[in-house]
Write a protein that binds this ligand. Structure first.
Ligand code: ATP
Ligand code: MG
Length: 229
């Protein structure tokens, strides 16, 4: 089991009011599986993905990654997990506006290097260029995010998410901002990269083009996950 969630709870407090977002989530995902998480806006999908990606911590419950229980107080270990093994495609991509396409993809490696932690890959410039070629962005390496199209932002974001030796790729509505034609291209690309690099893919989506290709589908409702058959 590459990922296991055990009784995860998460509550936000906003203006003195408690919002119970996750109410006892259980989930087990095997290596190389492709899984979707669906659910209404505000149901907690991004919150769940952030906990799986150790970007955010649960109030209670356990997360197991690669067979090991995650210690959310060990920030060194969390940084390494995120930079090396868990890729994240954010809902609005969040590329850094003042850095080029290539620099955005190199960023995780630079951060690790600066923190004097384990390097992503010996020759990470080569790796970044390879990934950008795979996603069809070789001709835009020196463009800034404001100078590229929506589909290209998605492609760059995928390349950045795959820097390192990613074993899990988390994609939060990767086609949410794209037209149908570009959505299909991005979905095809994700499937092709999954074949090639062999990672576990967890996708939050409402896109029927995407969900009809996925066997393991879950719906987040009232803070719990239900299987969709
Ligand atoms: N940092 C926060 N502080 C307070 N409330 C929050 C915070 N983050 C999220 N929420 C609330 O928690 C609920 C779940 O948010 P989340 O972003 O996980 O939903 P979602 O399913 O991803 O929605 P969408 O489909 O619109 O992206 C929402 O009601 C949201 O307003
Ligand atoms: Mg969301």
């Amino acid at each position: 089991m590459i990922l296991k969630l055990e009784n995860i709870y998460k509550t936000y407090i906003s203006e003195g009011e408690k919002i119970h977002v996750l109410n006892g989530i259980h989930l087990e995902i095997k290596e190389n599986q492709i899984v979707s998480v669906e659910g209404a806006s505000g149901s907690g999908k991004s919150t769940l993905l952030h906990i799986i990606g150790v970007i955010d911590k649960p109030d209670s419950g356990n997360v197991f990654l690669f067979g090991e229980k995650v210690d959310f107080s060990d920030t060194n270990k969390l940084d390494l997990l995120r930079s090396q093994y868990i890729g994240f495609i954010f809902q609005h991509y969040y590329l850094l506006p003042d850095f080029t396409v290539l620099e955005n993809v190199l960023m995780p490696a630079w951060i690790l290097e600066k923190q004097n932690k384990k390097i992503i890959q010996h020759d990470y410039l080569k790796k970044a260029k390879e990934l950008l070629e795979k996603v069809g962005m070789s001709h835009r390496l020196n463009h800034f995010p404001s100078q590229i199209s929506g589909g290209e932002l998605a492609r760059t974001s995928i390349a950045r998410a795959l820097m390192g030796e990613k074993k899990i790729l988390l994609a939060d509505e990767p086609t949410g901002n794209l037209d149908k034609e570009n959505s299909i291209k991005i979905i095809d690309l994700l499937w092709q990269l999954h074949q090639e690099y062999q990672f576990t893919l967890i996708i939050v989506t409402h896109d029927s083009e995407l969900t009809q290709r996925i066997k393991n589908r879950y719906k987040l409702i009232h803070g719990k996950l239900e299987i969709i058959n």
